[in-house]
Design a protein around this ligand. Structure first.
Ligand SMILES: [Zn+2]
Length: 276
């Protein structure tokens, strides 16, 4: 009986089933941040870039707005010469494109006298996002699920892009939630504050939260910043208030996420927005 079972198992497992090296929580797609488990001690790489592998074997990766169709995943188990190789298929997304004509040139290009300030502030934000906190407790909060920093109608989505007078603007990388000025904004998960600025040129009141291993959240256009750099936060902690500071057309929260040098869609990590 055992021999029969072994023979049966050998046949089943010898089939070249589209071998997946890792079972991810969801399928790879543009803007997605996904995770799966490998044998602890394994090495994992994506397009030749080493990924983190937690002590329990959890590994994670993300794809930018314009990620190509495929990526090469390689898993090498500890003490094993054989590698598992897989070509990940990354689902493409269709992004909203809007064309706006007749825009005065001065609103398309920032005023020259502000360029130094804009450059300085961009460096500040990049430095905050580049802080690398090796904190398994923070990243595991992502796997447990984020909560919305604020609830309300979604008024802008990840990836959308406007063309002004035929010139492409920067794609919108955040999810916008419309809410009145003064509405409370909360941490979507455990995090450490790496930037807390009351008034940046583009983004106004801005907070960057670190979720560990180069995964971060940014919150833009805040009327009040109620945290400071170094604060340790739990999910649901109040961080600021909604506003229309910086270059915003009306009060809303703009929530963005980065992993390494990729822009991630926060909406894919949050539950469905509750109906009012
Ligand atoms: Zn926005």
């Amino acid at each position: 009986m055992r021999a029969l079972f072994t023979a049966f198992a050998a046949v089943v497992f010898a089939q070249p089933l589209a071998a997946a090296c890792i079972d991810f929580n969801v399928a790879p797609q543009q803007g997605g941040f996904i995770w799966g488990v490998v044998v602890p001690g394994s090495e994992v790489s994506l397009d030749g870039q080493a990924l983190e592998v937690m002590a329990d074997g959890t590994t994670f990766l993300g794809f930018g707005r314009d990620a190509p169709k495929t990526a090469d995943l390689v898993v090498t188990r500890l003490n094993e010469s054989a590698e598992c190789r897989e070509t990940l298929q990354i689902t493409r997304r269709d992004y909203q494109i809007q064309r706006v004509e007749g825009v005065p040139a001065k609103t398309v290009h920032p005023p020259a006298e502000q360029l130094a300030r804009i450059r300085r502030e961009a460096a500040l934000v990049s430095a905050a996002r580049a802080k690398r906190l090796d904190r398994p407790d923070l990243i595991s909060a992502v796997f447990e699920g984020f909560t919305w920093p604020i609830e309300g109608p979604i008024s802008g989505v990840y990836g959308s892009q406007r063309y002004y007078n035929g010139e492409p603007g920067r794609p919108h990388y955040g999810v916008d939630v419309a809410a009145p000025t003064g509405s409370v904004v909360r941490a979507p998960g455990a995090a450490v504050v790496t930037l807390a600025e009351p008034d940046l040129f583009y983004s106004g009141g801005t907070i960057v939260l670190d979720h560990g291993y180069l995964l971060s959240s940014s919150f833009l256009h805040l009327s009040k910043v109620l945290v400071k750099v170094g604060d340790e936060l739990s999910a649901g902690d109040i961080i600021g208030e909604v506003g229309a500071t910086g270059r915003a057309t009306g009060p809303h929260l703009d929530w963005r996420m980065n992993w390494r040098n990729q822009r991630i869609d926060p909406q894919l990590l949050a539950p469905a927005m509750p109906k009012p």
